[in-house]
Design a protein around this ligand. Sequence first.
Ligand code: HAM
Length: 429
Amino acid sequence: MNQFKSIPGTFDILPEGYTSGGDAIAPVRVWQHVESVVREVMSAYGAREIRTPILEPTELIARGVGQLTDIVAKEMFAFQRGKTNYVLRPEVTAPVMRAYLQHHLEQVSAVQKLFYIGPCFRAERPQKGRYRQFHQFGFEIIGTSDSRSDAETIASAVDIYRKLGITDITLKLNSLGDEKSRPRYKEALVSYLTPLADQLSEVSKNRLVSNPMRILDTKNESEQELLKNAPILLDFIDEESLANFEEVKSHLDSIGITYVVDPFLVRGLDYYSRTSFEIESDALGAQAALAGGGRYDLLSTELGAKRVVPAVGFAAGMERLLMALEVADKQNISALRPDAFLVALGDEALDWVFKTAYELRASGLNIDYDLKGRSMKAQMREANRRGARFVVIVGGDELASGQAQVKDMDQSEQKVVPFANLARELKTR
Ligand code: HAM
């Protein structure tokens, strides 16, 4: 037995699926399938991929995400080497904005649509759906404050879930107003909650001083009860933000995307203003947030830009998406099965299988066979385990007649196919 194990909250992704501490870890092919759907949908929206480093300057995240957020205060994997402070990126929005500013991407085109897929790191307490190394995909539209861009980012996320067959989702929408309306709201919230402070949890008591709006996000039921009569953020936001919120909603209405307005939706990152949203899975329990995002017009100047670069985007957790796929029983993706598994009876047949696999692969088919020369029973078992669409069986008789036995695994039918017609036969799925 190997004495080393992966660090809690991180996991290996294997060719085969497995469970780790109660969590089902999907096989690599399912990850790849989801990634290819993400790429497809992103391309359909005109987005192009960006890849930024895993290591970023700690200061970028501290300034971008916000000193008082849980992510920066408690969850960063940060270290110093020489005089430089490094962090394993806990999210990708601040890195993408850094790259945008660093490379003057506004000179390439006025509106940049960028997407990413990759690992992120947060030192949270590991639990189902919450990991220390997890994977996000995300989409950022940088360079415009047009409310259609808010609607486009939201629509693209919804499209990805729909395309994968995850339909039981709820889109929650809110507006956080501008940087002037929020202090007014914070004040009102603090005056409402201060007399009730002894009924708040320790965490919320601390937040009342440090970051009162985060209390709105509480999962504690008695606190949620207290908040029922609390002042509502939407009543405090500025006229322009309110008009903008109406626009975003009407764009969503016009393309048939349903949402619920949730005045308690505040996000765990400080860079947002105006639109903020979350997509939740109705089928997942505790970690139901599949994706989150919003507008972050002031991030650019927070990072030192001389001018405001308006931007909006979302990021989604891959692991949560895979959990939702599993619940919806949609992980069995037929397009990813081997088209055929070739079964050889005897050495001579194995030589034929080796060559035929090569030729069939060259014609675009996904083919495998047993490289250990095992018994027919073991080969059939392997073909089954791999979920092969067809099994092609060849022994001495078949070699002599130039015809293979082809078993359609879905229809449980078997027929004889001349070698010359194999590729065509296997392509009729
Ligand atoms: P976030 O809400 O912190 O937003 O993360 C987005 C998604 O990442 C969450 O909804 C969740 O699915 C997933 N996630 C977060 N933490 C974990 C974890 N420890 N384990 C598993 N999954 C996790 C952001 O990161 C923003 N950058 C989103 C954004 C993009 N805003 C504008 N553009």
